[in-house]
Design a protein around this ligand. Structure first.
Ligand code: B12
Length: 254
């Protein structure tokens, strides 16, 4: 098991020491950062401090020297955001600070997006994606969209606070066989189920495969509300989208 002293970046060490009070989270975070490069630790550190210009520069530099976009995303940006999440939950920081971190995350993602989206081939399928009604969190959804586009999907992004009708209209308009919903709040998770019910009421449930995700969402929750699949992260989202697309095509052949 890794030790705090295995992490080279002093700022990250201090953050873990000062703010991570839950032993299991602390051990997991130490393990994570002890195994990532100093460059990724620096990106995570700048993100935690909400320094979007620094994240912008460091992300560009890392990609310029050949670091994989996925490594920068997972080991730099998402790793940094995981510490931000814990500090926010435990009231060490508040909405303005988190917004600064989100802005820094977006500055880094702006460099990653063109790389992950550069498939440039015939779209393999169309996906409608949105964050559910009442929910303004879009970082995770946007990462999923980047990865989906990079894997050849055409994505219609409905943004945040998406109503049932907006999902229905977009699926109809784009003839999409796949749809993804994101929710980050326990209070907005039920809106995923409500949206699925709206599809049933509109007699459109059979037309679209529905996948769900977001930090509080689980496989059990997805099963309970009648979704076709759940993905824990952006990589899982792409695998799931491919599997559901295949199932959809097989159903159409029958
Ligand atoms: C950033 C953030 C914000 C930012 C959002 C900025 C933005 N543009 O998104 C701001 C400051 C606006 C914000 C506001 C609020 N937030 Co907030 N926020 C967060 C924070 C710190 C990080 C979320 C994030 O971006 N994570 C990083 C991304 C990469 O991870 P992710 O979203 O989980 O996405 C991944 C997977 O889940 C999956 N995925 C996501 N979507 C989908 C979809 C599909 C189909 C699939 C397959 C997979 C998938 O793939 C993604 C990539 O790997 C979380 C803490 C946390 N631990 O989640 C709190 C958190 C979600 N927020 C919380 C709260 C309480 C709020 C506020 C109510 C605070 C307030 N008092 O105003 C408001 C609500 C605003 C609203 N109506 O939505 C709570 C929710 C608690 C709860 N039980 O519901 C959390 C958990 C913090 C906490 N207290 O612990 N927040």
């Amino acid at each position: 098991m890794a030790e705090l002293s295995d992490i080279q970046n002093e700022f990250i060490r201090d953050e873990i020491e000062e703010f991570l009070e839950v032993e299991e989270e602390r051990d997991r975070t130490v393990e994570l950062f002890a195994n990532v490069s100093p460059e990724m630790q620096a990106i995570a550190g700048a993100l935690i401090e909400g320094e979007h210009h620094v994240v912008d520069d460091l992300t560009r530099q890392a990609l310029d020297v050949g670091t994989e976009a996925l490594e920068v995303m997972d080991d730099g940006l998402i790793a940094g955001m995981s510490i931000v999440g814990i500090k926010f939950r435990d009231n060490f920081i508040f909405v303005p600070e988190v917004l600064a971190c989100a802005r820094a995350m977006k500055a880094g993602m702006a460099h990653i997006e063109p790389i992950l989206s550069e498939a440039g081939i015939e779209p393999i399928g169309t996906v409608v994606m949105g964050t559910v009604k009442g929910d303004l969190h879009d970082i995770g959804k946007n990462l999923c969209i980047m990865m989906l586009r990079g894997s050849g999907f055409e994505v219609c992004d409905l943004g945040v606070d998406t109503s049932e009708d907006e999902f229905i209209d977009a699926v109809e308009e784009h003839g999409a066989g796949l749809m993804g919903m994101s929710a980050l709040l326990t209070t907005t998770m039920p809106n995923m189920g409500k949206t699925i019910e709206a599809f049933i009421d509109a007699d459109m449930r059979e037309e679209v495969k529905i996948m769900v995700g977001g930090a509080p969402v689980t496989q059990d929750f997805a099963d309970d509300m009648g979704a076709d699949g759940y993905g824990k992260d952006a990589v899982a989202c792409v695998e799931l989208a491919k599997r559901l697309l295949k199932e959809k095509e097989e159903e159409l052949e029958e």
